[in-house]
Write a protein that binds this ligand. Structure first.
Ligand SMILES: *[C@@H]1O[C@H](CO)[C@@H](O)[C@H](O)[C@H]1NC(C)=O
Ligand SMILES: *[C@@H]1O[C@H](CO)[C@@H](O)[C@H](O)[C@H]1NC(C)=O
Ligand SMILES: *[C@@H]1O[C@H](CO)[C@@H](O)[C@H](O)[C@H]1NC(C)=O
Ligand SMILES: *[C@@H]1O[C@H](CO)[C@@H](O)[C@H](O)[C@H]1NC(C)=O
Length: 559
């Protein structure tokens, strides 16, 4: 448990400005840069040099390699310490910066009369606000306005920034600087969906007929397809299913009741909890909800019956949304154990090439913290085939982020052409899938060679339904279905006095785990003017290990 002092997310660290004669002439070294304005962006209008900007300084964490080793150990069923998850305090011990790092960075900021606020409980992320003119000087940068042409969204970035050379070992990155990140795509508003919902309701007569599931997959189809128990979870305390909400989309309780009355009448009256971070909201106006938020909550409450559901609304306080993907981890780690989710599902993401490698690693390391603490992390794999999150123009294959981080489980759908899948350019193939990836790549020979990184982390890990559901098509559907499955299995584990599943992949890829999947050996995920990868017997970067089944997963766990 964290102490209340550590729980405060913004402990102001007042800087000593005792040194009235800051050393000048520190040798600066370029820390990160891009060679040119990334495609899709253009120079925006001029920005007054007095404009205040807020920057995050991510400090070097003291022992990230140690945390990684520990995370794998507690997540691997064959390891002696399997299931002995770390407390948030124990995790923080690995990621908090050394005192040397803290004093070196604070000394530098103090010399420049800059106050910093710590925005993570481990103290590894500092936030500063300052006028552009001062930021330019501090970081030898040229901050100015850029426009993302497709969306018209503007941001303040620089093509390069420097830090004192002596501080390079202490500073991971400064953000936002060289990350030109297209906005997270907004799903259509739910008002358009309501009409579809009505016709769905009228067509319900076929529910009881399994054949009806071929044309419309409603919750009872999903339950029977994947072996979901009809009964409600029993040990629902200390087992919370968390849903990450971004893009100013809000979960809606009236919509949930309509959904439950229609599809899951025995759960009518069940509600969700809302946690707000970074300016997120609990906005119950139907017109302000959003298809993704509504869908994720319907899935979770409707399928993980009896498991408390928490919608974590991440606002857009942080300009490009990237920080929100890290802040949500910090806020989950700061939650009391009784309300902290045991599984987190996210149906939003980025195309991996849109993030600098520093940020992609930092995000992945954040999600690793959740794994170390026994929280399962599930991301949708993207809906653009080998072309990324959504269909995009591409000359080489586009993995998704932070999904393709090795510490996340990724479900797309059963061999549907929209399934995001492929290989990360940033993360190497983790040990748990080494044999699978090697075998797959050997099977395709030099097809697509040069279009993907053959030593990359392969994704997705598993496959679930993502088409013909009641609201929309997309891997967004698959992620909450799988999260519901994991939440129900956790319920059974808790009832048996056993630890929850935590970081899933070492178990899923184990001999026992993979026996719970039905292999899918046909289908492709086209994109970038190619047919994409092909599903084949065994693991493939279209459908992963195949489709899971609750009963088979329970037997794999000896339950
Ligand atoms: C830094 O914070 C202290 C205490 O809140 C305040 O008195 C001081 O004016 C601040 N300095 C700057 C440069 O913002
Ligand atoms: C809850 O417990 C009852 C009685 O032991 C059992 O029948 C039911 O299957 C359990 N629910 C789940 C979801 O496992
Ligand atoms: C359901 O929970 C939300 C979020 O806490 C709340 O705003 C809403 O009023 C609740 N609805 C009902 C019917 O209790
Ligand atoms: C979903 O996909 C199916 C099969 O490809 C298609 O027939 C249907 O029109 C799609 N539905 C939506 C809402 O896009």
């Amino acid at each position: 448990m964290l102490t209340p002092a550590l729980l405060a997310l913004t402990a102001i660290l007042t800087l000593c400005t005792a040194n009235p004669n800051p050393r000048d002439g520190r040798a600066m070294a370029v820390h990160e840069s891009v060679v040119a304005i990334p495609s899709g962006f253009a120079h925006g209008g001029s920005v007054p040099s007095t404009t205040e900007i807020t920057l995050r300084i991510a400090l070097t964490q003291s022992d990230i390699a140690g945390l990684q080793a520990k995370t794998y150990a507690v997540s691997d069923p064959s390891n002696a310490i399997y299931g002995q998850y770390l407390t948030p305090d124990e995790v923080a011990n690995y990621i908090k910066p050394t005192t040397e790092t803290l004093s070196a960075v604070f000394q530098w900021l103090s010399e420049n009369n800059i106050n910093a606020t710590s925005v993570s409980s481990a103290g590894d992320v500092l936030q500063i606000s300052l006028p552009i003119s001062k930021a330019d000087k501090l970081l030898a940068a040229q901050f100015t306005s850029f426009t993302h042409m497709q969306s018209g969204k503007t941001s303040i970035n620089t093509l390069s920034y420097s830090v004192p050379a002596s501080l390079q070992p202490h500073i991971n990155y400064v953000h936002p600087t060289v990350a030109f990140v297209p906005p997270l795509r907004n799903a259509p508003r739910v008002t358009a969906v309501k009409h579809k919902r009505k016709s769905t309701i009228q067509g319900r007569a076929s529910d009881a007929v399994p054949a009806g599931c071929a044309s419309q997959v409603n919750p009872s189809c999903i339950q029977s397809m994947y072996g979901f128990p009809g009964a409600k979870a029993n040990n629902s305390h200390s087992n919370v299913l968390g849903i990450a909400g971004y893009s100013n989309e809000y979960a809606n309780s009236a919509d949930l009741q309509l959904f439950l009355r229609t599809f899951q009448p025995d759960s009518v009256g069940t509600n969700f909890t809302v946690v707000e971070i970074d300016g997120g909201q609990n906005d119950q106006a139907l017109a302000n909800s959003g298809i993704e938020a509504v869908l994720d909550v319907e899935m979770a409450v409707g399928l993980a019956k009896g498991v408390p559901v928490t919608f974590i609304s991440v606002g857009s306080d942080n300009e490009d949304g990237v920080d929100g993907f890290i802040d949500i981890v910090n806020s989950i780690m700061a939650m009391p154990a009784a309300t902290r989710p045991t599984v987190l599902t996210t149906s939003y993401g980025f195309n991996e090439p849109d993030l600098p490698v520093s940020l992609a690693y930092a995000m992945c390391n954040s999600y690793m913290q959740l794994g170390a603490a026994g929280i399962s992390v599930i991301f949708a794999s993207g809906d653009g085939g080998v072309g990324g999150i959504q269909s995009t123009e591409c000359t080489s294959f586009v993995p998704t982020a932070p999904g393709a981080c090795p510490f996340n489980g990724l479900p797309p759908q059963s061999a549907a052409s929209l399934s995001g899948g492929g290989f990360s350019n940033y993360f190497v193939t983790p040990g748990y899938q080494w044999d699978d990836v090697t075998a797959y790549i050997a099977s395709i020979g030099d097809e697509y060679s040069g279009l993907y990184y053959s030593n990359g982390r392969g994704f997705p890990d598993i496959a679930l339904q993502a088409e013909n559901l009641w609201l929309v098509n997309g891997t967004s559907c698959a992620s909450p279905i799988f999260a519901s499955m994991i939440a129900l299995i956790n319920d059974r584990l808790i009832a048996a006095g056993r630890p929850v599943l935590g970081f899933l992949n070492p178990f899923l890829y184990s001999t026992a785990g993979r026996a719970a999947f039905t292999d899918i050996a046909s289908g492709t995920n086209p994109g970038c003017n190619t047919n994409g990868f092909s599903a084949r017997p065994g693991w493939d970067p279209v459908t992963g290990l195949g489709t899971p089944n609750v009963n088979l997963l329970l037997s794999a766990l000896g339950l």
